[in-house]
Ligand binder design. Structure first.
Ligand code: LMR
Length: 394
């Protein structure tokens, strides 16, 4: 007769540690279960309109209808996904083509980050990735699970609500040739803080002199200052440096969150080995990326009318976010810096107790580190938001 212990010892999975639920995604369920009428969803980063909805963009809806009508087959596309999608998206991201760039479609920006991490792990096993603090909570697990080492450097000073560039450069003094430097291309998550043009040049020089590989996460193009402006720093970095990795997400700027649409590009002198390894890695992880969302993006970018309508709706989304930024900044002296930051997020100087109390007492839902999704606010509920948070803003 087997004892319980013996069974546990033989279990394949008995040694697994219990994992905490994903705190950010957990907010979706908590918010849904709250039936207070004035509740505010400032948690997960999704665009919201004045009525709190995350609508399907007009051009996306039209392209989906077209796809249903015209798609003749669902046959396999291959590990690279929709090649035309990647070509058209590359024009949006990089402006002009480049023979040093090779790219593949990925399941969302997360898939792109993971594929890039796996490529680095294959090329330089155990390489170190430098990540600024704070950052998107999924960054470190993605790189760590691919077998890479993580080092953090200071980035944002919560008390002064500003980038501490000197501290960042000081910490990166420890970086070794062959290390990777993770950068947010625009609309930093969670702080909204962006480097100045001069600081981007300093970063380029730092990467060059120390032999660091920049890995740029571009998940919010068009939601900061515009499609071109939001890509400018990345494009300058690519011009200045021989090699770089770019993970792109269409979740936010096409509103395709659940469709999982993204792409990974690698800039290198010889693209063929990179391409072959990307395809081999993709094949062994997901074989082929999901098609629907990428096909929709392709149709939108291919059709001048749909493309113009998509860009116009994106402009309006950005204008709404930046209008809310200005209104928030004018509502409390401690929030003034929010006007100059960009993208969906701002990081408020709130501890976990304050975040919890705001949820309990005011139905205000935000990430545990004090990050708010600005798009979750409206001009009408900003005063109620300020009533809630003001006692906690020192
Ligand atoms: C966020 O940071 O809220 C989004 O990027 C959603 C996610 O996957 O975490």
């Amino acid at each position: 007769m087997l004892t319980h212990d013996l069974v546990a010892d033989r279990s394949f999975f008995g040694g697994l540690a219990v994992q905490p639920a994903d705190a950010l995604l957990g907010l979706i369920g908590l918010y849904r279960a709250d039936d207070r009428p004035g509740k505010m969803d400032l948690g997960v980063g999704m665009f919201r309109d004045d009525l709190g909805r995350t609508p399907v963009m007009r051009a996306v809806k039209a392209a989906e209808a077209q796809l249903v009508e015209t798609q003749a087959t669902k046959s396999y596309l291959g590990a690279e996904g929709d090649v035309r999608f990647a070509e058209l998206l590359a024009e949006v991201a990089f402006g002009t083509g480049s023979d040093r760039l090779t790219g593949v479609q990925t399941p969302g920006g997360t898939g792109a980050l993971r594929l890039g991490a796996e490529l680095i792990a294959r090329s330089r096993p155990g390489a170190t990735v430098w990540i600024g603090t704070p950052t998107w909570p999924n960054h470190a697990p993605i790189f760590r699970d691919a077998g890479l080492a993580i080092q953090t450097h200071r980035f944002f000073d919560v008390a002064s609500a500003a980038i501490d560039f000197d501290a960042m450069v000081e910490d990166l003094g420890e970086a070794q040739a062959g290390d990777v430097l993770l950068l947010h291309g625009c609309c930093h998550n969670p702080t909204g803080a962006g480097f100045t043009g001069a600081q981007w040049w300093d970063i380029a020089r730092l990467c060059e002199s120390r032999g660091l590989l920049p890995f740029i996460d571009l998940a919010y193009q068009g939601l900061g200052d515009g499609l071109e402006a939001d890509a400018a720093a990345m494009r300058a970095l690519l011009k200045a440096l021989p090699e770089a990795v770019i993970a792109y997400s269409c979740d936010k700027n096409f509103g395709l969150y659940r469709e999982r649409v993204g792409a990974l590009w690698v800039q290198s002198a010889s693209t063929e080995p990179v391409r072959g390894n990307l395809l081999a890695l993709a094949r062994s992880i997901w074989s082929m990326p999901p098609d629907h969302g990428a096909a929709v993006v392709r149709l939108v970018l291919e059709d001048p009318a749909l493309r113009a309508d998509w860009a116009a709706e994106l402009d309006a989304m950005r204008a709404r976010i930046n209008g809310l930024r200005a209104a928030l900044a004018a509502s409390h002296p401690r929030l003034e810096t929010i006007a100059g930051q960009r993208g969906m997020f701002a990081l408020l100087p709130l501890g976990p107790d304050a975040v919890e109390a705001l949820r309990r007492e005011h139905g205000i839902y935000m990430a545990g580190n004090g990050r708010i999704n600005i798009a979750g606010l409206t001009l009408e509920n900003i005063p109620a938001f300020i009533v809630g948070v003001a006692p906690y803003l020192s």
